[in-house]
Design a binder for this molecule. Structure first.
Ligand code: PMP
Length: 325
Protein backbone atom coordinates (compact mmCIF):
# COMPACT_ATOMS: atom_id res chain seq x y z
CA UNK A 1 0.00 0.00 0.00
CA UNK A 2 1.16 3.54 -0.70
CA UNK A 3 -1.13 5.89 1.16
CA UNK A 4 -0.44 9.51 2.14
CA UNK A 5 -1.96 10.22 5.53
CA UNK A 6 -3.52 13.58 4.77
CA UNK A 7 -2.43 16.81 3.10
CA UNK A 8 0.87 17.07 4.94
CA UNK A 9 2.21 13.75 3.69
CA UNK A 10 1.13 14.56 0.13
CA UNK A 11 3.49 17.56 -0.08
CA UNK A 12 6.58 17.05 -2.26
CA UNK A 13 7.82 14.12 -4.35
CA UNK A 14 6.66 15.87 -7.50
CA UNK A 15 7.59 14.59 -10.98
CA UNK A 16 10.41 16.07 -13.03
CA UNK A 17 8.96 16.78 -16.48
CA UNK A 18 10.95 17.06 -19.72
CA UNK A 19 9.74 20.21 -21.47
CA UNK A 20 9.63 18.54 -24.84
CA UNK A 21 9.14 21.43 -27.24
CA UNK A 22 11.87 23.63 -25.77
CA UNK A 23 14.24 20.67 -25.24
CA UNK A 24 13.84 19.66 -28.89
CA UNK A 25 14.34 23.25 -30.07
CA UNK A 26 17.52 23.85 -28.04
CA UNK A 27 19.11 20.38 -28.07
CA UNK A 28 19.37 20.53 -24.26
CA UNK A 29 17.29 18.57 -21.78
CA UNK A 30 15.16 21.27 -20.16
CA UNK A 31 13.46 19.71 -17.15
CA UNK A 32 10.77 21.26 -14.97
CA UNK A 33 10.16 20.25 -11.35
CA UNK A 34 6.37 19.99 -11.31
CA UNK A 35 5.62 21.93 -8.14
CA UNK A 36 2.14 22.84 -9.39
CA UNK A 37 1.27 19.22 -8.51
CA UNK A 38 1.69 19.80 -4.78
CA UNK A 39 -1.65 19.40 -2.94
CA UNK A 40 -2.00 23.16 -2.38
CA UNK A 41 -1.03 23.80 -6.00
CA UNK A 42 2.39 25.42 -5.68
CA UNK A 43 6.05 25.21 -4.72
CA UNK A 44 5.19 27.09 -1.53
CA UNK A 45 3.49 24.09 0.12
CA UNK A 46 6.95 22.82 0.99
CA UNK A 47 8.09 26.03 2.69
CA UNK A 48 4.73 26.46 4.46
CA UNK A 49 4.99 22.96 5.91
CA UNK A 50 8.58 23.37 7.08
CA UNK A 51 7.87 26.77 8.64
CA UNK A 52 4.87 25.44 10.59
CA UNK A 53 6.58 22.24 11.71
CA UNK A 54 9.72 24.16 12.74
CA UNK A 55 7.56 26.46 14.92
CA UNK A 56 5.81 23.41 16.42
CA UNK A 57 9.15 21.75 17.22
CA UNK A 58 10.44 24.94 18.85
CA UNK A 59 7.24 25.17 20.96
CA UNK A 60 6.33 28.53 19.40
CA UNK A 61 3.10 27.31 17.81
CA UNK A 62 0.71 25.64 20.23
CA UNK A 63 -2.66 23.92 19.69
CA UNK A 64 -5.33 26.40 18.61
CA UNK A 65 -2.69 28.94 17.63
CA UNK A 66 -2.67 31.32 14.67
CA UNK A 67 -0.25 31.56 11.76
CA UNK A 68 0.15 35.09 10.35
CA UNK A 69 1.94 35.89 7.10
CA UNK A 70 2.45 38.55 4.47
CA UNK A 71 2.33 36.80 1.12
CA UNK A 72 1.75 37.33 -2.57
CA UNK A 73 -0.60 34.37 -2.40
CA UNK A 74 0.92 30.96 -2.82
CA UNK A 75 2.55 30.78 0.61
CA UNK A 76 -0.74 31.91 2.08
CA UNK A 77 -2.61 29.19 0.22
CA UNK A 78 -0.10 26.56 1.41
CA UNK A 79 -0.30 27.85 4.99
CA UNK A 80 -4.11 27.98 4.92
CA UNK A 81 -4.33 24.34 3.78
CA UNK A 82 -1.86 23.17 6.43
CA UNK A 83 -3.55 25.26 9.15
CA UNK A 84 -6.87 23.58 8.31
CA UNK A 85 -5.22 20.15 8.28
CA UNK A 86 -3.53 20.77 11.65
CA UNK A 87 -6.21 22.85 13.42
CA UNK A 88 -4.65 26.33 13.39
CA UNK A 89 -6.12 29.68 12.40
CA UNK A 90 -4.55 31.59 9.51
CA UNK A 91 -4.32 35.34 8.86
CA UNK A 92 -2.93 36.53 5.53
CA UNK A 93 -1.84 40.08 4.63
CA UNK A 94 -1.69 40.41 0.83
CA UNK A 95 -0.95 43.31 -1.55
CA UNK A 96 -4.18 44.25 -3.34
CA UNK A 97 -2.42 43.95 -6.73
CA UNK A 98 -2.40 40.17 -6.50
CA UNK A 99 -4.75 38.10 -8.63
CA UNK A 100 -8.38 37.82 -7.55
CA UNK A 101 -8.14 34.03 -7.95
CA UNK A 102 -5.54 33.81 -5.19
CA UNK A 103 -7.53 36.05 -2.83
CA UNK A 104 -10.70 34.04 -3.43
CA UNK A 105 -8.84 30.77 -2.84
CA UNK A 106 -7.53 32.11 0.48
CA UNK A 107 -11.02 33.16 1.58
CA UNK A 108 -12.50 29.82 0.52
CA UNK A 109 -9.84 28.07 2.58
CA UNK A 110 -11.04 30.02 5.62
CA UNK A 111 -8.05 32.32 6.03
CA UNK A 112 -8.70 35.84 7.28
CA UNK A 113 -7.51 37.94 4.33
CA UNK A 114 -6.33 41.53 4.79
CA UNK A 115 -5.68 43.15 1.40
CA UNK A 116 -3.47 46.23 1.73
CA UNK A 117 -2.03 48.78 -0.73
CA UNK A 118 1.15 47.58 -2.46
CA UNK A 119 3.98 49.76 -1.12
CA UNK A 120 7.74 49.10 -1.20
CA UNK A 121 9.53 47.15 1.50
CA UNK A 122 11.09 50.27 3.02
CA UNK A 123 7.60 51.65 3.82
CA UNK A 124 6.42 50.66 7.35
CA UNK A 125 3.04 49.76 5.82
CA UNK A 126 4.54 47.20 3.46
CA UNK A 127 2.53 43.96 3.66
CA UNK A 128 5.43 41.93 5.04
CA UNK A 129 6.13 44.39 7.84
CA UNK A 130 2.40 44.77 8.62
CA UNK A 131 2.08 41.00 9.02
CA UNK A 132 5.00 40.92 11.47
CA UNK A 133 3.45 43.63 13.64
CA UNK A 134 0.05 41.94 13.52
CA UNK A 135 1.51 38.61 14.72
CA UNK A 136 3.34 40.36 17.58
CA UNK A 137 0.06 41.94 18.75
CA UNK A 138 -1.87 38.63 18.83
CA UNK A 139 -1.91 35.93 21.51
CA UNK A 140 -0.61 32.47 20.63
CA UNK A 141 0.36 33.52 17.11
CA UNK A 142 3.48 33.09 15.03
CA UNK A 143 4.75 35.15 12.12
CA UNK A 144 5.76 32.74 9.36
CA UNK A 145 8.25 35.36 8.05
CA UNK A 146 8.98 33.36 4.89
CA UNK A 147 11.52 35.86 3.53
CA UNK A 148 13.92 35.63 6.45
CA UNK A 149 12.92 32.37 8.14
CA UNK A 150 15.52 29.79 7.13
CA UNK A 151 13.05 26.94 7.62
CA UNK A 152 11.90 28.03 4.15
CA UNK A 153 15.10 27.16 2.31
CA UNK A 154 15.62 24.17 4.58
CA UNK A 155 12.48 22.65 3.03
CA UNK A 156 14.16 22.77 -0.38
CA UNK A 157 17.56 21.70 0.93
CA UNK A 158 15.94 18.65 2.56
CA UNK A 159 13.41 17.73 -0.13
CA UNK A 160 13.42 19.53 -3.52
CA UNK A 161 17.20 19.39 -3.98
CA UNK A 162 17.56 15.67 -3.13
CA UNK A 163 14.53 14.82 -5.30
CA UNK A 164 16.09 16.60 -8.32
CA UNK A 165 19.43 14.90 -7.66
CA UNK A 166 17.92 11.42 -7.57
CA UNK A 167 15.45 12.03 -10.44
CA UNK A 168 18.38 12.98 -12.73
CA UNK A 169 20.80 10.39 -11.31
CA UNK A 170 23.03 13.39 -10.62
CA UNK A 171 23.31 14.14 -14.35
CA UNK A 172 22.58 17.83 -14.19
CA UNK A 173 24.62 20.71 -15.57
CA UNK A 174 22.64 23.72 -14.41
CA UNK A 175 19.84 24.78 -12.06
CA UNK A 176 17.99 28.00 -12.84
CA UNK A 177 15.11 29.59 -10.95
CA UNK A 178 13.59 32.96 -10.16
CA UNK A 179 13.41 34.02 -6.54
CA UNK A 180 10.68 35.54 -4.42
CA UNK A 181 11.88 34.75 -0.94
CA UNK A 182 14.73 32.81 -2.54
CA UNK A 183 13.89 29.69 -0.54
CA UNK A 184 13.56 27.43 -3.57
CA UNK A 185 16.64 28.75 -5.37
CA UNK A 186 18.79 28.76 -2.23
CA UNK A 187 17.86 25.39 -0.77
CA UNK A 188 18.27 23.58 -4.09
CA UNK A 189 21.50 25.45 -4.96
CA UNK A 190 23.08 24.68 -1.59
CA UNK A 191 22.20 20.99 -1.91
CA UNK A 192 23.32 20.57 -5.53
CA UNK A 193 26.62 22.43 -5.02
CA UNK A 194 27.42 20.10 -2.12
CA UNK A 195 26.85 17.13 -4.39
CA UNK A 196 28.73 18.59 -7.36
CA UNK A 197 30.30 22.08 -7.30
CA UNK A 198 30.38 22.11 -11.12
CA UNK A 199 26.61 22.42 -11.36
CA UNK A 200 25.89 25.99 -12.45
CA UNK A 201 23.38 27.86 -10.27
CA UNK A 202 21.67 30.69 -12.12
CA UNK A 203 19.11 33.24 -10.90
CA UNK A 204 16.27 33.97 -13.33
CA UNK A 205 15.01 37.51 -12.81
CA UNK A 206 11.94 39.39 -14.07
CA UNK A 207 12.15 43.08 -15.01
CA UNK A 208 11.64 45.32 -11.99
CA UNK A 209 13.70 43.08 -9.74
CA UNK A 210 17.16 44.03 -8.48
CA UNK A 211 18.81 40.63 -8.37
CA UNK A 212 20.06 40.53 -11.95
CA UNK A 213 22.07 43.73 -11.47
CA UNK A 214 23.15 42.50 -8.01
CA UNK A 215 24.67 39.34 -9.48
CA UNK A 216 26.21 41.18 -12.45
CA UNK A 217 27.54 44.30 -10.69
CA UNK A 218 27.03 43.91 -6.92
CA UNK A 219 24.42 46.71 -6.92
CA UNK A 220 20.67 46.29 -6.54
CA UNK A 221 19.21 48.43 -9.32
CA UNK A 222 15.71 47.37 -10.32
CA UNK A 223 14.54 48.59 -13.73
CA UNK A 224 11.20 48.25 -15.50
CA UNK A 225 8.33 46.13 -14.25
CA UNK A 226 6.65 42.76 -14.74
CA UNK A 227 3.19 41.20 -14.81
CA UNK A 228 4.56 38.07 -13.12
CA UNK A 229 3.64 37.48 -9.48
CA UNK A 230 5.56 36.05 -6.54
CA UNK A 231 9.06 36.65 -7.91
CA UNK A 232 11.67 39.37 -8.00
CA UNK A 233 13.13 41.25 -5.07
CA UNK A 234 14.92 44.46 -4.25
CA UNK A 235 16.78 43.11 -1.25
CA UNK A 236 18.86 40.08 -0.31
CA UNK A 237 16.69 38.07 2.06
CA UNK A 238 18.18 35.91 4.81
CA UNK A 239 17.24 32.90 2.67
CA UNK A 240 19.44 34.23 -0.16
CA UNK A 241 22.47 34.99 1.99
CA UNK A 242 25.63 32.91 1.52
CA UNK A 243 24.15 31.07 -1.44
CA UNK A 244 26.38 30.15 -4.38
CA UNK A 245 25.16 32.10 -7.46
CA UNK A 246 27.12 31.60 -10.67
CA UNK A 247 25.13 33.88 -12.93
CA UNK A 248 21.81 35.65 -13.54
CA UNK A 249 19.55 35.91 -16.58
CA UNK A 250 16.90 38.58 -17.04
CA UNK A 251 13.70 37.65 -18.86
CA UNK A 252 11.09 40.19 -19.95
CA UNK A 253 7.32 39.71 -19.93
CA UNK A 254 7.06 39.34 -23.71
CA UNK A 255 9.33 36.29 -23.56
CA UNK A 256 7.58 34.90 -20.45
CA UNK A 257 4.21 35.16 -22.21
CA UNK A 258 5.58 33.48 -25.37
CA UNK A 259 6.97 30.65 -23.22
CA UNK A 260 3.81 29.95 -21.19
CA UNK A 261 1.65 29.95 -24.33
CA UNK A 262 4.02 27.52 -26.08
CA UNK A 263 4.02 25.28 -22.98
CA UNK A 264 0.21 25.37 -23.09
CA UNK A 265 -0.21 24.81 -26.83
CA UNK A 266 2.66 22.43 -27.59
CA UNK A 267 3.35 20.66 -24.30
CA UNK A 268 -0.09 20.64 -22.69
CA UNK A 269 1.22 22.40 -19.59
CA UNK A 270 -0.97 25.20 -18.15
CA UNK A 271 1.48 27.29 -16.11
CA UNK A 272 1.68 30.47 -14.04
CA UNK A 273 3.68 33.53 -15.05
CA UNK A 274 6.81 32.84 -13.00
CA UNK A 275 7.21 29.62 -14.99
CA UNK A 276 7.53 31.79 -18.10
CA UNK A 277 10.47 33.59 -16.46
CA UNK A 278 12.05 30.33 -15.27
CA UNK A 279 11.73 28.47 -18.55
CA UNK A 280 12.65 31.60 -20.53
CA UNK A 281 15.90 31.74 -18.53
CA UNK A 282 16.47 27.99 -19.02
CA UNK A 283 16.13 28.49 -22.81
CA UNK A 284 18.61 31.41 -22.74
CA UNK A 285 21.00 29.29 -20.67
CA UNK A 286 20.64 26.37 -23.11
CA UNK A 287 21.64 28.72 -25.94
CA UNK A 288 24.66 29.95 -23.92
CA UNK A 289 25.82 26.47 -22.89
CA UNK A 290 25.14 24.77 -26.22
CA UNK A 291 23.37 21.46 -26.99
CA UNK A 292 23.76 18.34 -24.86
CA UNK A 293 23.34 19.89 -21.40
CA UNK A 294 20.75 19.12 -18.76
CA UNK A 295 19.12 22.19 -17.25
CA UNK A 296 16.61 21.94 -14.40
CA UNK A 297 14.11 24.61 -13.45
CA UNK A 298 10.87 24.78 -11.48
CA UNK A 299 7.23 24.87 -12.56
CA UNK A 300 6.08 26.88 -9.54
CA UNK A 301 2.30 26.92 -9.99
CA UNK A 302 -0.47 26.35 -12.52
CA UNK A 303 -2.20 28.79 -14.88
CA UNK A 304 -5.61 28.55 -13.23
CA UNK A 305 -4.50 31.15 -10.67
CA UNK A 306 -3.98 33.70 -13.47
CA UNK A 307 -7.03 33.14 -15.69
CA UNK A 308 -8.13 36.78 -15.32
CA UNK A 309 -4.72 38.16 -16.33
CA UNK A 310 -2.10 36.07 -18.14
CA UNK A 311 -4.76 33.93 -19.87
CA UNK A 312 -7.09 36.80 -20.67
CA UNK A 313 -6.23 37.92 -24.21
CA UNK A 314 -7.86 41.34 -23.75
CA UNK A 315 -5.87 41.97 -20.56
CA UNK A 316 -2.68 41.02 -22.41
CA UNK A 317 -3.57 43.15 -25.46
CA UNK A 318 -4.10 46.22 -23.22
CA UNK A 319 -0.50 45.79 -22.08
CA UNK A 320 0.92 45.10 -25.54
CA UNK A 321 1.78 41.54 -24.50
CA UNK A 322 -0.32 39.38 -26.82
CA UNK A 323 1.78 36.36 -27.84
CA UNK A 324 2.67 36.36 -31.54
CA UNK A 325 2.18 32.88 -33.02
N1 PMP B 1 6.63 31.56 -8.35
C1 PMP B 1 5.49 31.83 -7.70
C2 PMP B 1 4.22 31.85 -8.48
C3 PMP B 1 5.51 32.13 -6.32
O1 PMP B 1 4.38 32.40 -5.68
C4 PMP B 1 6.75 32.11 -5.64
C5 PMP B 1 6.80 32.42 -4.18
N2 PMP B 1 6.63 33.76 -3.84
C6 PMP B 1 7.93 31.85 -6.37
C7 PMP B 1 7.82 31.55 -7.73
C8 PMP B 1 9.30 31.94 -5.75
O2 PMP B 1 9.56 31.01 -4.76
P1 PMP B 1 10.52 31.34 -3.56
O3 PMP B 1 9.75 32.16 -2.56
O4 PMP B 1 10.92 30.01 -3.00
O5 PMP B 1 11.70 32.12 -4.06
Amino acid sequence: MDIKRGFVEAVGNTPLIRLNSFSDETGCEILGKAEFLNPGGSVKDRAALYIIEDAEKKGLLKPGGTVVEGTAGNTGIGLAHICNAKGYKCVIVIPETQSVEKMEALRTLGAEVRAVPAVPYKDPNNYVKLSGRLAAEMDNAIWANQFDNLANREAHYQTTGPEIWSQTDGKIDAWVAATGTGGTFAGVSLFLKEKNPNIKTVVADPMGSGLYSYVKTGEIQPQGNSITEGIGNSRITANMQDVPIDDAIQVDDQEAVRVVYQLLEKDGLFMGGSVGINVGAAIALAKQMGPGHTIVTVLCDGGGRYQSKLYNKQWLAERGLLPVS
